[in-house]
Design a protein around this ligand. Structure first.
Ligand SMILES: *Cc1c(COP(=O)(O)O)cnc(C)c1O
Length: 454
């Protein structure tokens, strides 16, 4: 039985600043490196790729709060603040003493948290006088969000969409095109990076790593054009902290404080968004909240990857990033959580995992769809296959609380809805879905070629 209880904020409660967690990290992340010289890069070194303000945010280690421009807050008002919901239906279904809350980021016009960063990224590019931007997209959520933001700020956008998703999720392509973006299936023949991989492996179904290479290459060969991306980098996580900052106030309205905070994990942006504001109370106020990142068993960089300098893309166009990685040429199985098929983890989160401030779990595909179905039937929302990894983890924690007979307050981020992912649900319902696991040997083989800088 559905029995949700909502906690709502006013428009005036939309945060006025993003939270920069790096300032409060006890161990700072290592610097990103220039791949040729192996020297630490400065913000200016990123100006050829990113808008200057975004590059500055990427490298900012001194300002705890970074003001959100009025033009961005004005756009956030379309759907923010988002609801915090006590999932009492799910609690009853699980017969657990745990209290389960979720932050509902699926209510954005494009159906996911991605718009929180798409809007500022488009805004800072526009402000600098850039006319064209490029990007990659996996399941199409980031591409959809950026398409909307680019149109609003009058920018031309080209999106490289991972080929397997281009075919699995054709309606996300239609969404991007409806907002006026150009969408190209990746790998494509339009870039050197794409041509090389298509010549070697004609049937390659693409990866986020390859799509990023293509988008960077196009940006660098087009006048007045910059690259943008939807995850992994610090400035993206920064923008997503509006999620946790709102949730903090809403948990207070509910009269509770989370014992466990959970987010699904692709490159880390929505996990960072829900976690970092609460993590600051672990760092500064002696709180002991646990933070769990939930990744797919088929793409387990946090649980099975190595901590090493690696590229963010397949062709090696990005700086070298100190990250937990499966290797930039890792080719994940064609699971339906397209937004989680990325080889590495953002470098803040990687450092925190190394230092034991956050935990990670890897979840098999079938368990995520079982959890998604339970959530749909008890809370009325069909979740994105990506978000279902967080739901499955929340269910594991709630059942553990029941076994141990303890009350526990669980908060997870519902990063998006799954209404455009019904082909995936169809496969699950008809019994066509399988689990994919990556063995330690597979990982060892794949990371063997990485330069040993750490
Ligand atoms: C892109 C996406 C993710 C994964 O990306 P992160 O940067 O790790 O948050 C998760 N959920 C949804 C709905 C997405 O669109």
């Amino acid at each position: 039985m559905i029995d949700s209880k909502k906690f709502l904020l006013q428009e005036s409660d939309i945060p006025e600043a993003w939270y920069n967690v790096v300032v409060d990290m006890p161990v700072k992340p290592r610097p990103i490196l220039n791949p040729q010289t192996k020297e630490a890069m400065k913000a200016e070194d990123l100006y050829p790729i990113f808008a200057e303000e975004l590059a500055n945010q990427e490298m900012n280690t001194t300002d705890r709060w970074i003001e959100i421009p009025d033009e961005v807050r004005e756009m956030y008002r379309i759907w923010r603040p988002t609801p915090l919901v006590r999932a009492r239906g799910l609690e009853k279904m699980l017969d657990t003493p745990a209290h389960i809350y979720f932050k509902n980021e699926s209510v954005s016009p494009v159906g996911s948290h991605k718009l929180n960063s798409a809007i500022p990224q488009a805004y800072y590019n526009k402000k600098q006088g850039v006319t064209n931007i490029t990007t990659e997209t996996g399941a199409g959520q980031w591409g959809a969000a950026l398409s909307m933001a680019a149109k609003h700020f009058g920018l031309e956008l080209a999106v490289y969409m991972v080929k397997v998703s281009y075919h699995q999720k054709p309606y996300r392509r239609s969404i991007m095109q409806t907002y006026g973006a150009q969408v190209i299936a990746s790998p494509s023949m339009s870039t050197r990076a794409g041509r090389r991989i298509l010549t070697d492996t004609p049937n390659y179904q693409g990866s986020l790593g390859t799509a990023i290479s293509e988008a960077i290459e196009l940006a660098q060969s087009t006048p007045n054009c910059k690259y943008t991306l939807g995850s992994v980098f610090n400035h993206v996580s920064l923008h997503q902290t509006v999620i946790g900052l709102e949730a903090e106030k809403q948990m207070e309205m509910a009269g509770e404080y989370p014992d466990v905070v959970i987010g699904c994990f692709g490159g880390g942006s929505n996990f960072a968004g829900i976690s970092f504001p609460f993590l600051r109370h672990n760092f500064l106020d002696g709180r002991n909240t646990r933070f769990i990142a939930a990744e797919p068993a088929s793409c387990p960089k946090l649980t099975k990857g190595v901590f090493q300098y690696d590229f963010g893309d397949e062709a090696g166009y990005t700086p070298m990033i100190p990250m937990l990685t499966l290797g930039h040429n890792f080719s994940p199985a064609n699971i339906h959580a397209g937004g989680l098929r990325y080889h590495g983890a953002g470098h803040i989160v990687s450092q925190m995992k190394q230092d034991g401030f956050i935990e990670a779990v890897d979840i098999p595909q079938l368990e995520t769809f079982k959890a998604a179905t339970m959530f749909a039937q008890s809370e009325g929302i069909i979740p994105a296959p990506e978000s279902s990894h967080a739901i499955a983890t929340a269910i594991r924690e709630a059942l553990k609380a029941k076994e141990e007979g303890v009350q526990k307050t669980i908060l997870f981020n519902l990063s998006g809805h799954g209404l455009i992912d019904m082909a995936a649900y169809d496969s699950y319902i008809s019994g066509d879905l399988a689990n994919y696991e990556v063995s330690d040997e597979d990982v060892a083989r794949n990371v063997a070629s990485l330069e040993k800088i750490i």
